[in-house]
Design a protein around this ligand. Structure first.
Ligand code: NAD
Length: 451
């Protein structure tokens, strides 16, 4: 039996291992999930939601174990691992209620006919997830898929199989057999799952893999929901609260060691306030502690050596091409990249174009808000964006011109509970959360009779 070992990126120690699912077994697992689907659907929307809501207590009880597992398997500081673990149980009943409301049939009349719009399950849903939020990403896809009456085959990232398994284990304490099946492995297992007889593929991960999934799914027009990478800009206007802007820039560039899809990856600052902003950002960057996440350092390791090499390669290239190091830039060791702030970053540098996914804050000076908007939008990505400014109307005007899917004003990009998590351009295809997001896990069906 082939096994997949999981390593702690801070220490190199083995955290645990799982059995790799042989590729030739994938279609059999999907067939089992398909056989389990009609009975799961027959429980009804409310019945399924009530069953799933029972897991909230278990997630609450295991929050520390899960938080520590997240930190030891992928490296994020324990406070971030704990926050992720707590989010699994917190508000679960309310989230499920939102799904129920989104999926209940609606009646529409036009004076001539009465139609009922149903949101029926599609059948079997594949959920393929990344390592950077190794328990909440499975939850974002598995819960709405199950609530809608689909059965699910989950493939967690090969970097964090134990977190994926621990998540599924909690659900499987209440679910009937084969309603949620987990398989383990890397891209070969992912490809086999995409090629199998599933009805919907929900994927969160890199843009390149997302594109390949869309291509593969086209053969039978499988439904696809993709949440992909980003290159999020932040704009700092001259009347912004600079201390708040620098604090946000440091937090959103360095949390989870920059391995967040909505990390701030490009900062456009108005020339007039650039010196002061850079000074504040440099101070905060230098103050970051780096180390093993379990000891609650501010910044943990990169998930693996490949990710470290990618980040260091971009840094080296940027400095060689004239980027100025404001803080950090040296002392990297093992999988740890020293948090680094760069200034004078040009749009043609690789670090300004390709996703970095590392603890680097890149500052570029601009002469006007119009220039900031033009340069911020000069990307194929379009996940999040952020604008800091003092004048409400002007700041909102700048925000409206940004082409990202989620734009934050004087705060991070994510919206209120009930709003979609959505990427524009090549950052996504479909979206999650919100009524419309939940409905993507269903087949809409309209039945009409005369009035
Ligand atoms: P990845 O694309 O390398 O892998 C994601 C998953 O896909 C893994 O489970 C992997 O095994 C699997 N996979 C790899 N090749 C495959 C293939 N050909 N067919 C099917 N499955 C395949 O991404 P990653 O490195 O795990 O995650 C980081 C990426 O995820 C970043 O780009 C980040 O921005 C993105 N992300 C996006 C969001 C969002 O909400 N938009 C959230 C989290 C992460």
């Amino acid at each position: 039996m082939e096994t997949l070992q999981s390593f702690n990126p801070a220490t190199g120690d083995v955290v645990g291992e799982v059995a790799v699912t042989p590729v030739e077994q994938v279609s059999g697992l999907v067939a089992r999930a398909r056989a389990a689907q009609p009975a799961w659907e027959a429980l009804g929307l409310r019945g399924r939601a009530e069953l799933l809501a029972r897991t909230a207590e278990t997630f609450r009880q295991r929050a520390r174990t899960h938080g520590e597992l997240i930190t030891s398997e992928m490296g994020k500081p324990l406070k971030e691992g704990m926050a992720e673990a707590r989010s699994l149980g917190a508000g679960l009943a309310e989230h499920l209620e939102e799904m129920v409301e989104a999926l209940e049939p609606e009646v529409v009349e036009d004076g001539r006919v009465r139609s009922t719009v149903y949101h029926d399950p599609l059948g079997v849903c594949a959920a393929i997830t990344p390592w950077n939020f190794p328990m909440s990403m499975p939850s974002w896809m598995v819960l709405p898929a199950l609530a809608a009456g689909n059965t699910v085959v989950l493939k967690p990232s090969e970097e964090t199989p134990l977190c994926g398994q621990a998540y599924a284990d909690v659900l499987n304490e209440v679910l009937p057999d084969d309603v949620l099946i987990t398989l383990h492995g890397a891209d070969e297992q992912g490809k086999a799952l995409v090629a199998s007889d599933v009805d919907l593929i929900a994927f969160t991960g890199s843009r390149e893999v997302g594109k390949s999934i869309l291509r593969e799914a086209s053969g039978t027009l499988k439904r696809v929901v993709l949440e992909l990478g980003g290159k999020d800009p932040m704009i700092v206007l001259e009347d912004a609260d600079l201390a708040a802007a620098a604090k946000f820039a440091a937090w959103n560039s360095f949390r989870n060691a920059g391995q967040v899809c909505v990390s701030t990856e490009r900062i456009f600052v108005m020339e007039a306030v650039a010196d002061e902003f850079e000074r504040a950002l440099a101070e905060m960057t230098t103050a970051m502690s780096v180390g093993n996440g379990i000891e609650d350092a501010d910044v943990g390791p990169m998930v693996n050596a490949r990710q470290r090499d990618h980040v260091l390669g971009q840094l080296e290239d940027a400095v060689a091409q004239g980027a100025r190091v404001l803080a950090g830039g040296a002392g990297h060791r093992a999988n740890f990249v020293t948090p680094t702030a760069l200034a004078d970053v040009r749009d043609d540098m690789d670090i300004a174009r390709a996703e970095t996914f590392g603890p680097v804050a890149c500052v570029t000076r601009v002469a006007s808000a119009a220039e900031a908007v033009e340069r911020a939008n000069d990307t194929r990505f379009g996940l999040g964006a952020v604008v800091f400014g003092g004048d409400d109307e002007r700041t909102a005007g700048v925000a409206r011109q940004l082409t990202a899917g989620m734009i934050g004003i004087n705060r991070s990009a994510g919206g209120a509970v009930g709003t979609p998590w959505v990427g524009a351009r090549e950052s996504g295809f479909g979206f999650h959360k919100s009524k419309d997001g939940h409905r993507q896990f269903t087949q809409t069906r309209v039945i009409t009779r005369p009035l």
